[in-house]
Design a protein around this ligand. Structure first.
Ligand code: LLP
Length: 432
């Protein structure tokens, strides 16, 4: 079993050169912990596979938006794919050149478009005719030229979880293929628009590569068609979506993925970009948690841990199962079955049922694996639980890259209303 940057030595779980137990002695659980080498290795492997098609990489910031993670990837040469003004500010704060940032997303506000144009963003992916108008207006009023590509909805089934499929007719993303030629022809006549090409993104957690081939072939034939109408199509954004194995098995075949890109686009002579998120950072992160209590629910032993659905939403939102790695596991033949649940007051706050665990007791630590993508970035403060700390490990270096939020941070956002301050509760009720 290949655990990436994680390994067991004498029954102790290590992240690179540091033991999870030691880290947890210094950082209160729950916390996210990332392996820098895993991210580096993943990026370098993907870059190497894509080298012959000269495809560049823009990391999808939504997968893990901690600025230290963004800086790590940026220093390796990665650009960024963002979907909000907040992600733009994060990428800039991480030192990413605006000329390496691509702005995707189905509903960009005028304020976001304006900021993106002001900083000199590389590309805005247009998702609807109405958004095209907003981009034109904003560019005109700023006296700037907006570099755009059109996001195509290729009507291809990505064969992934329904909640993360984005390229089928009826999904809210992109523009139907037949609408593109008309829009393209209109856009190229607008001096405030620099129409660079096309984009596609059919979904996330793709384990089957056939849908990529189908979508890319549609993109390639649309490119040829637009060129036959006399248009320039110099840039193609091929989206993200590469899946990972959530049980430390082999993921999709990267060589095959690179081959599909090469075979489909070799003759078109376009600048090519991909936007992976999960594949680069998913396996590189764990969520470390402590067992609070163990109890019996029906005939199932249930361990209540201090991490919950607000820290890692994927199990309750998609039924995803993250592998559990005990921080200390001296018993190689461990075979106890537990349901692992969080303390949040929702029946869906369940991580899953695991049947090969050592016996768990209060105070034991467990890590949920493959949590580097869509873990911390999707966390919420539901039940007034703090956003947890994030830690980055690089060899034997250890750094808290986000401190844990405090209830003080949360309460500071709220303001008492003057009338509540002046009246008692019963006065307020009478006033209603
Ligand atoms: N590009 C665009 C336009 C996207 O919408 C996404 C993801 C990506 C790239 C990166 O996709 P990736 O390579 O990470 O699959 N919260 C879900 C995943 C949502 C993905 C949304 N879009 C999850 O936890 O599985």
């Amino acid at each position: 079993m290949n655990l990436g940057g994680f390994s067991y030595e004498n029954g102790e779980l290590f992240v690179e050169a540091l033991s999870v137990s030691k880290i947890a002695d210094a950082v209160p659980t729950p916390f996210y912990c990332y392996s820098a080498s895993s991210i580096r290795n993943a990026y370098n492997l993907l870059r190497q596979k894509l080298a012959s098609s000269r495809t560049s990489i823009c990391f999808a910031v939504k997968a893990n938006s901690n600025i230290s993670v963004l800086r790590l990837l940026s220093e390796l040469g990665s650009g960024m794919d963002i979907v909000s003004g907040g992600e733009l500010e994060r990428a800039l704060a991480a030192g990413v050149e605006p000329s390496k940032i691509v702005f995707s997303g189905v509903g960009k506000t005028r304020a976001e478009i304006s900021r993106a144009l002001e900083v000199g963003i590389h590309q805005i992916n247009v998702e609807s005719p109405a958004e095209l108008d907003a981009i034109s207006d904003t560019a005109r009023s700023l006296g700037r030229r907006a570099p755009i590509v059109f996001r195509v909805n290729p009507d291809v089934d990505a064969r992934t979880h329904a909640k993360i499929s984005t390229g089928k007719k009826g999904d809210k993303f992109g523009i139907a293929i037949d609408e593109i030629p008309g829009l393209y022809a209109k856009a190229v006549t607008s001096p405030e628009l620099d129409v660079a090409g096309l984009a596609v993104h059919i979904g996330s957690q793709l384990l089957d590569l056939a849908p990529y081939r189908a979508a890319y072939e549609r993109l390639a034939s649309l490119t040829t068609k637009l060129r036959s109408h006399g248009h320039q199509v110099r840039r193609l954004d091929l989206g993200g979506g590469l899946g990972i194995s959530y049980h430390f098995g082999a993921g999709p075949d990267l060589t095959e993925y690179a081959k599909i890109i090469e075979e489909t686009f070799a003759d078109l002579n376009c600048e090519l970009t991909v936007e992976p998120g999960r594949w680069l950072v998913g396996p590189a992160g764990i969520l470390v948690s402590e067992v609070l209590y163990v109890k019996n629910t029906g005939n199932m032993a249930t361990a209540i841990v201090d991490a919950a659905m607000n820290d890692l939403m994927r199990p309750s939102l998609y039924g995803a199962v993250h592998p559990v790695l005990p921080a200390r596991n001296v018993n190689k033949d461990a075979s106890s079955a537990y349901q692992l649940v969080g303390p949040v007051c929702e029946t869906s706050d369940v991580f899953g049922t695991y049947d090969a665990l050592p016996e768990l007791r209060s105070g034991d630590r467990v890590a949920f694996g493959c949590a580097g993508a869509y873990g911390a970035s999707m966390a919420s403060t539901y039940n007034s639980r703090d956003l947890v700390a994030e830690v980055l490990i690089d060899g034997d270096h250890f750094r808290i890259i986000r401190r844990r939020q405090t209830i003080g941070d949360l309460l500071a956002l709220e303001a008492a209303t003057p009338w509540q301050a002046l009246r008692s509760c019963s006065d307020a009720k009478t006033a209603m």
